[in-house]
Design a protein around this ligand. Structure first.
Ligand code: SF4
Length: 357
């Protein structure tokens, strides 16, 4: 990959020229941090509200959600995306809380799909409202769906989410497949002492439904600050269990260095399983992501301890150039990676549900 600067093509370190795509034909230098990482992937949290209470994310009770007036409007989100798209941002993921509780979300998808330069829009949802919205999201231009589901039985589901809804999630997955989302991916957080029983059922589920399973290592982003390292069920252990109980897993082709997941397929070619080993094998060296929270704060890393206020600029009449400068400053100040494995690790004040996945 390269970009044009002062008329000459500048190859980007770590990006094969074979990806022969000229960034920014309008000669705007892309978002590159101090470690040479290109940022083209923006995660947009559209709300902090959610209709379930996963223990590794939200408090069980007394959740205080942000007042609606604090949330970016669709027009503000669209303006922000129009400002960062010329900087090379071409991939968007909508997150929450639970994004589907945000009223009229397909309207926002359609607005963002119309922004020049945006090539790909995905969503991470808990799937409970998906059956009702799958068609409208597809028609609006959404093309990728990850459904968060950590168990394949209602009892364990409710133990983790502290709410009912298991059957609705399965209906949502079927509806998404029916309208054309392919593959539908399932994100399954793996917690020691809680989800070992789900590993083999998810292996069968992947083989029987064509849904791709992503096992995600449990991360310290919970509202109760109760995360413990020995509760992390490591990707290597899950691979060992699936290979022993079902059949060996084979790594899938050339890995996309910027994708968080490492993908495998069962030896007979049926069933695809991915792993997001954020704790045991961090992938920060190839990170291409930054985030904007529902209340308009830029976070250059999921675990960053600092934020940059964009909502104030958007509502204060700031010109686009000032917003570009704020985004650039945030990205260029990005650290090498999370500090989960460092003795000095500090969990961010903001819990997962108000950051977005
Ligand atoms: S932890 Fe931060 S730096 Fe690492 S991959 Fe995630 S967002 Fe990127």
């Amino acid at each position: 990959m390269a970009f044009i600067h002062n008329g000459s093509m500048i190859p980007l370190p770590g990006y094969p020229l074979s990806e022969s795509r000229i960034l920014n034909p309008r000669h705007v230098s892309p978002l590159i941090d101090g470690f040479g990482r290109l940022h083209n992937n923006l995660r947009i949290s559209v709300t902090d509200r959610c209709n379930i209470r996963c223990f590794y994310c939200m408090p069980a009770t007394d959740v205080v959600f942000m007042n609606r007036s604090l949330l970016l409007t669709f027009e503000e989100i669209e303006r922000f995306v129009r400002i960062v798209a010329p900087l090379g941002v071409n991939k968007l993921r909508l997150t929450g809380g639970e994004p589907l509780v945000r009223h009229e979300l397909p309207v926002l998808v359609r607005m963002l799909a119309a922004v020049p330069g945006i090539e790909d829009i995905g969503i991470t949802t808990n799937g409970i409202l998906l059956a009702d919205q799958a068609q409208a999201l597809w028609d609006a231009g959404l093309r990728r769906i990850n459904v968060s589901l950590d168990a394949l039985n209602a009892e364990k589901f409710e133990e983790i989410t502290r709410r009912p809804g298991y059957e609705k999630v399965l209906e949502g997955i079927k509806a998404a497949q029916a309208v054309g989302f392919d593959p539908v991916k399932v994100n399954a957080v793996s917690v020691r002492g809680m989800t070992e029983s789900e590993i083999v059922p998810f292996g069968h589920f992947a083989r029987e439904t064509g849904v791709e399973i992503r096992f995600i290592e449990y991360m310290p982003l919970d509202a109760d600050n109760a995360w413990e390292r020995d509760k992390v069920l490591f990707a290597s252990e899950i691979i060992e269990t699936l290979s022993r109980e079902l059949m060996p897993l084979v790594a899938v082709g050339e890995r996309n260095p910027h994708a968080p997941a490492t993908d495998f397929v069962f030896a007979d070619g049926v069933g695809r399983i991915g792993f997001i080993p954020s704790v045991s094998q961090p992938f920060c060296a190839q990170c291409n992501r930054f985030r904007i929270t529902a209340d308009g704060k830029i976070r250059n890393c999921l675990f960053s301890l600092e934020e940059t206020d964009i909502r104030g600029l958007l509502r204060g009449g700031a010109p686009d150039s000032e917003i570009v400068a704020a985004v650039r400053a945030s990205v260029s100040a990005k650290w090498a990676g999370h500090h989960i494995n460092h003795p000095d690790f500090v969990q961010p004040d903001r819990p997962m549900y108000s950051i977005g996945g």
